[in-house]
Structures are given as structure tokens and as C-alpha cells.
Design a protein around this ligand. Structure first.
Ligand SMILES: [Zn+2]
Ligand SMILES: [Zn+2]
Length: 106
């Protein structure tokens, strides 16, 4: 079952790699006052996208970081990959809601 927070922030399924945050899976990222942030840290969203989709831009496979034109690992990922990950996630959500049989869930 996906909670509403996860539906809006699917990257919450991953821990946050940002050293000042290190939020655990299912927990929101926090700011330096230890208050929950509205949006997860960018590196957390990137980790999630890397684990979900290959990059439409540099064609880095799932679980592999994006690469530059020289074949070096990029410090961040291509914007297109993040967009692709959110698009893929929304498709999964829609497919899941279509799968509800008549009369509701068993
Ligand atoms: Zn974080
Ligand atoms: Zn890429």
C-alpha cells in the first residue's frame, strides 16, 4: 500500500544520501533545524531515479549513474532521467488504480 506522502514523493522509498540529512526510508528529509522539508534533497531524488529507469539522454542503465560525453561518471543525473522516472512512477500508479476489480479491492 502506498501512502499519500509516498505517492507525491516516491523517492521516500530510498534513504537520503545527503550527509547532513540521512533520512531513513519512509521518513521525510529534514533541514538543519531538523524540521521536515517539503521536497526531498536532490541527491535523494536522483538515487531513486537511477534505481528506477535508464537514462534517455546518456543511456546509462538502471542502477548506474549518468555518464558524460567523455565516459566519466557525472556528479548529478540528466534532467530527462528524473522526468522519465516520475513519468514511469505515475504510469505505475495509474495502472494500479485501474487494477481495482469491480466491487473494490479484495
Ligand atoms: Zn535528505
Ligand atoms: Zn544520463
Amino acid at each position: 500500500m502506498t501512502s499519500r506522502a509516498e505517492a507525491r514523493n516516491p523517492e521516500l522509498s530510498k534513504p537520503c544520501p545527503f550527509e547532513k540529512c540521512r533520512a531513513q526510508p519512509k521518513s521525510r528529509c529534514t533541514n538543519r533545524h531538523n524540521e521536515p522539508r517539503d521536497r526531498s534533497h536532490p541527491s535523494r531524488r536522483e538515487d531513486w531515479a537511477i534505481a528506477l529507469v535508464e537514462c534517455p539522454d546518456c543511456e546509462a542503465p538502471v542502477d548506474t549513474r549518468c555518464i558524460t560525453d567523455n565516459g566519466q561518471t557525472r556528479a548529478n543525473i540528466h534532467r530527462a532521467r528524473l522526468d522519465a522516472a516520475y513519468a514511469a512512477f505515475e504510469e505505475t500508479l495509474e495502472a494500479a488504480s485501474r487494477d481495482v476489480p469491480p466491487g473494490g479491492r479484495r
